[in-house]
Design a protein around this ligand. Structure first.
Ligand SMILES: NC(=O)C1=CN([C@@H]2O[C@H](COP(=O)(O)OP(=O)(O)OC[C@H]3O[C@@H](n4cnc5c(N)ncnc54)[C@H](OP(=O)(O)O)[C@@H]3O)[C@@H](O)[C@H]2O)C=CC1
Ligand SMILES: O=C(O)[C@@H]1CCC=N1
Length: 266
């Protein structure tokens, strides 16, 4: 059970704090089992006030944890691995890197071959336990994989994938939330132009996007099948949708996904 394990997030910035917030929403999770590190800890004061251990000592955070999450930027991963390697015991800690584009092979360039290491790619909706997290590993046993899945299931949903899809998972799941938010902002701006104040436009757009996502999830339908139910022949929806396509809407999205992927893929 995750609630019995000690968890450290080393390099607790934007993503780390989202994960920490999501974990603390679990009723059975004791804040004392969570340690967060960064060099400047002032931004983590609200977690400290809840009983979470907050400090800058990566070595002790890693030493006393069962699950060690690396939340630092990709260019810091190697240095942090070198720093904590002396306290990593293959029989104790599972190491989970959240870093974009850093492969297991690169990490094993620093780590002992016996260290059980995962890559995980959540998104910032971890904050409200609505992340999608893709995970991969090289040598975890089923119990270890289950522990990691339980960790990420407690902040959303978890999918186990091959490592060669981790960069694609980063784009679709982690960058993806930003694409959707930009789409929502544009829709709000359109709503303001046709008469709503921004607060009301936001409320309508938020619930509309949530409703669309829930329809897809709960009814398991293809988007185009649901779109067919909205597009009255000669009606206003199809006119709007076709104008968006004339302006390159789908093409812009596909090209954006590919541009993000090209930026990560080496
Ligand atoms: N943001 C996102 O949505 C997603 C990010 N990722 C990946 O997660 C990782 C973190 O991203 P993000 O949270 O956005 O980045 P942030 O910069 O917000 O967080 C990284 C944190 O690491 C801390 N840090 C830097 N050096 C050290 C050190 N030596 N010891 C301890 N802490 C240190 C920094 O704080 P300080 O300077 O105070 O030490 C900072 O808060 C990246 O590798 C990214 O690729 C993956 C999926 C989604
Ligand atoms: O933009 C980035 O590089 C990171 C990876 C996914 C989300 N943020």
């Amino acid at each position: 059970m995750i609630s019995n394990l000690k968890i450290a997030i080393i390099g607790c910035g934007n993503l780390g704090t989202s994960i920490a917030s999501g974990l603390l929403m679990r009723e059975d999770f004791d804040p004392k089992n969570l340690t967060l590190t960064k060099r400047n800890t002032a931004s983590l004061a609200e977690f400290e006030a809840k009983g979470v251990h907050v400090h800058s000592d990566n070595l002790s955070a890693a030493q006393y944890a069962d699950l060690v999450l690396l939340g630092v930027k990709p260019y810091n991963v190697t240095n942090i691995l070198r720093e904590i390697k002396p306290v990593l015991d293959p029989k104790k800690q599972l190491l989970i890197s959240l870093a974009t584009g850093i492969t297991l092979k690169e990490m094993y360039g620093v780590l002992d071959a016996q260290t059980v290491t995962f890559r995980a790619m959540p998104n910032i909706a971890a904050d409200i336990q609505e992340s999608i997290t893709c995970v991969c590993h090289e040598q975890a046993n089923p119990i270890q994989l289950e522990q990691v899945k339980e960790l990420f299931d407690s902040i959303g949903f978890t999918i186990s994938i091959d490592e060669n899809l981790m960069e694609a998972a980063t784009v679709l799941g982690a960058c993806g939330i930003a694409y959707v938010l930009r789409f929502m902002r544009a829709m709000i701006q359109g709503g303001i132009q046709i008469g709503f104040d921004s607060v009301t436009a936001s409320k309508i757009v938020n619930q509309t996007v949530k409703g669309a996502a829930e329809l897809m999830i709960q009814k398991n339908v293809h988007p185009e099948a649901a779109i067919d139910k909205v597009t009255t022949p000669k009606g206003c929806t199809i006119v709007g949708l076709n104008e968006m396509e004339h302006q390159g809407f789908s093409s812009a999205m596909v090209r954006g996904v590919i541009a993000s992927y090209d930026k990560i893929a080496k």
